[in-house]
Design a protein around this ligand. Sequence first.
Ligand code: PAZ
Length: 348
Amino acid sequence: MSESTTFSAESYFATQPAPSFLEEDVHKVREFVERHARAGRKVVLVTSGGTTVPLELNVVRFLDNFSAGTRGATSAEYFLKAGYAVIFMHRQFSLQPFSRHYSHSTHPFLDFLEMEQTGAETETKLDGVGSEPQRVGPHISVKLSERTQLVEVLAAYKAVHKAGTLHTLTFVTVNDYLWLLRAVSQELSVLGRNALYYLAAAVSDFFLPRQKLSEHKIQSGKGSLHIEMDQVPKILKPLVSEWTQGQAFIVSFKLETDPSLLVPKARTALARYGHQVVIGNDLHHRKHRVVFVAPAHASRAAQSDDAEGFVETWIRIDTNAPPSKEIEEDIIAELISRHQSWINHTSV
Ligand code: PAZ
């Protein structure tokens, strides 16, 4: 394939097409943000799940990024519990708040239902005057062992639904993600410091620009496949300095498989983009430990201050803790406190 191009955010958006759903999504986000801005509520944008990079225009093959969406979906629930309104921008079919508890692979819904053959299934009943008789099916109930959790999840889900504090957006490709992120950030700007960004999605670092995509499925008859991909522009830079103009509290994530890279790479990101927090996590321990890295001047509770002006704070949960203990509970509690203290200290 032809040689690579270096895309700035500006040249990216000037050359790569906006997704067809963008306008409609933005309209709904605007309504959601305006409603919560009027109520004086803080709003968090949670991004979750991995982006894909299509290799063809009529997509058969694509590269994917690791993420089930657990971190984002779980965190969204804790933000909602704490009174934030949540825009949950996630990869299609990845985990979502509330329904995540009943994932088809780890806790299939059908497995905790019981069916009683009472004989009622043969009966009919009238549903009201003039209505057709209806067949009454067998009695279906939830296993006793599942009820406590289901009642808790269902109650929280219904309360959020009633309050209208959760808005969901979907992306698949890295292109969808970038266009959505830019557009949503423009809508969030009316909130000023009440906006929080929690960027947990696993975003592709390389992509194939539209102009280089083959229209049809790449054929396999020619032996090995060589593809040169372009770098996805570093979007945190315009997000911090242009789209939010330094007015929002921005938390990005850094995933590594070599734990020794976490802190240095988090520091580099903070020095380069100037946002508030990088949360480092390594692939194999991400459910039990994460590290918050923040500029020293922005950190509230320092655990280890270093000469380069960054503070690291580890959050750990005991690997023997009950399985219901989720590290996101502690992550969100810490972030909410940092967001509030940042608002207090940066307000004029
Ligand atoms: O979704 P998940 O719980 O399986 O994984 C979450 C995660 C590891 C993708 C997230 O915590 C993260 O680090 N996101 C940023 C990844 C990156 O460095 O691009």
